[in-house]
Structure formats: C-alpha cells, structure tokens
Ligand binder design. Structure first.
Ligand SMILES: NC(=O)c1ccc[n+]([C@@H]2O[C@H](COP(=O)([O-])OP(=O)(O)OC[C@H]3O[C@@H](n4cnc5c(N)ncnc54)[C@H](OP(=O)(O)O)[C@@H]3O)[C@@H](O)[C@H]2O)c1
Length: 339
C-alpha cells in the first residue's frame, strides 16, 4: 500500500489529544479527513485551527457511544473512506458507573466502527488506538528485567473490571474493546486488516482546541500539576511516549504493508517519573518547582519499541524534549484563574 491508496480517512477522537495529532499528520500528507465527533461545535473549532486546510476536513456528528441504542451512525460516516483510525474512547476517572460509562461504550465504539467498516469495500485498514492498559499484567510487578511485547495481554477479567475503581476499570475498557476488534477480525474475516497500538502514558504539546490550561487532557494535566509545584501526581508506570511520535506511528501504520495485523507497544526508550519532570522543569527555568536529584529515574520493565522503529521508521523522542516543548506551550495557554 502507498499514500495514494488513502484519499480519505475516517478519524474518531480527532478532536482529542492524540487524535488531533493523527489528523495533523494525515493533512500534512494531503489526505482528506472525515472527523467524527459528538459535537459539531468542537469539530468546527478544530477546522478553524487548520487555516488553509479547511477543504481537507469534513466534520460528521456521531452520538456518544453510551447512547447508540442499536443505531450505527458510522454506516453513513464510512462511505467513501479508504481507511479508519479509531482513537475515540471514554477516558474519565470521575465516572460513577464504570461498566456503563467506560467499559461498555469503549466496546460499543469498536463494534459499530468495525461493523460499518465491513460495509465499505474501499476500506483497506483500521488502525486502533488501544492502550498499554490492555497489555500490562500487574502480577508481574514493576520490573526491571523483562520486556512487554505485542504478544502480552492484561489478564484482567470482565467481572473484575466492572467491580474495579475507574482507574482499573479503564484498563478493562481498553482490553475488552481491543479484544472485540481482534475477535471481529477472526470471526468476520472482513476485507480490511487491523493494526493496534498499545501506548503507555502519552505526553506532549497539544494541537487540539484547548481553551484554558485547566482543560488539558488527563495525562498532560499531570505535567501541569508538576509545573505548578503542587504535590507530585501518583505515577503507576514509568513508561511513556511522546504524542508526536505516537501519531506519526499511527499514520505510517496505515500505509505500511509490514504493519498488517500487528499489535505494537510504542514507548520512548527513556523512563519517566513526575520527579524527573520536575527536575527538567527546574533545570530549564520553567515554573517554581524545586527538587533534588534522588531517585529521579525509576526501575522499570521495558516495552518493545524497537519493533516499531524497525517496521515504521520511528525514532522515539526523549523525556527532556517532551517536557520542555510541552511546558513552553502550556505556559502560553490562557488560565481560568486570570478571568
Ligand atoms: N492520553 C493518554 O495518556 C493515553 C494513553 C494510552 C492510550 N490512550 C488512548 O488514546 C485514545 C485517545 O486518547 P486521548 O488522550 O486523546 O483522549 P481525549 O483527549 O479524551 O480524546 C478522546 C476522544 O474520544 C471521544 N470520546 C470520548 N468519550 C466518548 C464517548 N463516550 N463516545 C464517543 N466518543 C467519545 C471524544 O471526541 P468528541 O468529543 O469529539 O466526540 C474525545 O475527544 C483513547 O482511545 C485512549 O484510551 C490515551
């Protein structure tokens, strides 16, 4: 496959943190994007952020995955598209009913997108943004001494995940949504193939509409807390990836033959801690945070990022570059506190 096989790509979650970077990469290649969003206003705001590229973006409104009740808005949205990047999934740790608000909608999102894709013969490939949450096995501990690869699966059961706290239930939502995708491929043998990405914590500058710094997505909000010299956020993993590398990997995976039916675990070779983020900010004169040099880099297992480097030619960024670029951008965003 080549770029010219992809004239129009449907992107879900394109108004979000990771999805917007994916859309930016597609537009840079001259590929048209059909942006599926629950909100026309959000979609239009996104278009306004891309002056000169308005003709390449079409916004289609789809319902929240909790409210589909048997409908499939993607049957219409897939028409005329050559590929799909499905990045939308609920990511909210404040929900009160984890099964209804996190787990079921994540699975439903995959099902409706894949069922619709099977009706459009033009579609050659779906790239799905899963998560390291669907890979990580808590029972193996924090490492070091082993490497997670695309063959690893989180052993969490459905029953366990619906009884869990939102943080653990989110892991279930990502696992069972990805399982639904691979099951669909096996049971339906559709005319397209699948690539999944299982990224760990994802940080980096934003290219989606963010009105106030307080509206940053969950992962970047943690960096902003560090910048504000608040108590350091709790970190459950030491593995992370820069959003710019992750987005580029999604787009390369769409058009690279070698990626067919692969499951990738992207990551920077660097490990991170919020204390290390604080140290980098301090060294670069960013923010008021003060920290020492002890225990900056946690011991950790590794992720097999080398397969992506080899297959897709991605060179993953280091943590220092990510922190400096992100904080310098976040400093420029308006704050609700100044209104
Ligand atoms: N950020 C991370 O650290 C991280 C790490 C690993 C994996 N991921 C995965 O990467 C993907 C994108 O994450 P992100 O950080 O970019 O999240 P995000 O900024 O919250 O964007 C996700 C998008 O999904 C759509 N969405 C959310 N809930 C939905 C629902 N119930 N029904 C329909 N659409 C819904 C929203 O688009 P509209 O509002 O336009 O409809 C939203 O903009 C997700 O699949 C997430 O699980 C994220």
């Amino acid at each position: 496959m080549t770029i010219s096989d992809f004239k129009k790509v449907l992107v879900t979650g394109g108004t979000g943190f990771i999805g917007a970077h994916i859309v930016k990469n597609l537009l840079n290649l001259g590929i048209k994007v059909r942006l599926a969003s629950r909100s026309l206003e959000k979609g239009q705001k996104f278009v306004q952020l891309h002056p000169g590229k308005e003709n390449l973006i079409e916004v289609v409104v789809v319902k929240d995955y909790t409210q589909l009740e048997g409908e499939n808005p993607f049957l219409e949205a897939v028409k005329g598209c050559d590929g799909i990047i499905h990045a939308a999934s609920p990511l909210d740790y404040t929900v009160s009913n984890v099964e209804e608000e996190l787990i079921k909608p994540a699975i439903t999102g995959v099902k409706v997108v894949f069922e619709a894709a099977a009706t459009e013969p033009l579609i050659k490939r779906i790239v799905l943004t899963s998560s390291f949450a669907s890979v990580m096995d808590d029972g193996r501990g924090p490492g070091p001494g082993f490497t997670y690869t695309g063959d690893d699966w989180n052993p969490l059961t459905y029953e366990e995940s619906i009884k869990a706290t939102p943080v653990f239930a989110y892991r279930g939502s990502k696992k069972f949504a990805e399982v639904a995708a691979w099951d669909f491929m096996k049971s339906q043998s559709p005319g397209f193939d699948l690539v999944t990405f299982c990224p760990p914590m994802t940080f980096g500058p934003v290219v989606h509409p963010v009105d106030y710094v307080e509206d940053l997505n969950l992962s970047n909000a943690n960096l902003w807390e560090v910048y504000q010299a608040k108590e350091l956020p709790v970190s459950r993993v030491a593995v992370w990836v820069d959003v710019r590398d992750l987005a580029l990997a999604h787009v390369r995976a769409l058009i690279t033959d070698k990626a067919s039916n692969k499951r990738y675990v992207p990551s920077s070779p660097d490990k991170f801690s919020y204390k290390l983020a604080a140290k980098i900010m301090q060294d670069h004169g960013l923010g008021k945070v003060k920290t020492d040099d002890n225990d900056l880099i946690p011991q950790s297992y590794d992720l097999d990022y080398q397969t992506i480097e080899k297959d897709l030619g991605i060179k993953f960024r280091g943590f220092e570059e990510c922190i400096v670029d992100s904080i310098q951008q976040f400093q420029q965003l308006p704050s609700k506190e100044s209104f």
